[in-house]
Design a protein around this ligand. Structure first.
Ligand code: ZN
Length: 112
């Protein structure tokens, strides 16, 4: 999945402050899960994710150009690691966002 960070939050299921796993896709928080009881909250961020992704793609060439101007040698040698899009990361992010959106919908559906 995307980026995972940890934070101590109050779990609405445990009713206690527990360690939570926060899964991000880019800058967007997608899933918050309690590491104690496994309760998770998914957010449907598809629309915002796509907008954010578009922004990240658009800003990339300018960002790379700026880095190139500052450190031409360092930039060139670091290229293989910083290629414009990291396809695997992107696939993981998209997967995370869409899976969370599906789960979020299921929680909202009173008939399920
Ligand atoms: Zn919990």
């Amino acid at each position: 999945m995307g980026n995972v960070e940890h934070a101590t939050l109050r779990c609405h299921h445990c009713g206690q402050e527990t360690r939570h796993e926060l899964a991000y896709a880019g800058r967007l928080l997608v899933v918050t899960s309690c590491t104690r009881c496994g309760e998770s909250i998914e957010r449907d961020v598809r629309g915002r994710y796509l907008a954010d992704l578009r922004q990240r793609m658009l800003s990339k060439p300018r960002r790379m150009l700026r880095r190139f101007r500052r450190h031409p040698v360092g930039f060139t040698t670091s290229l293989p690691r910083t290629t414009v899009l990291k396809p695997w990361e992107l696939v993981e992010e998209v997967r995370l966002v869409w899976r969370a959106a599906a789960d979020a919908r299921r929680h909202d559906d009173p008939t399920s």
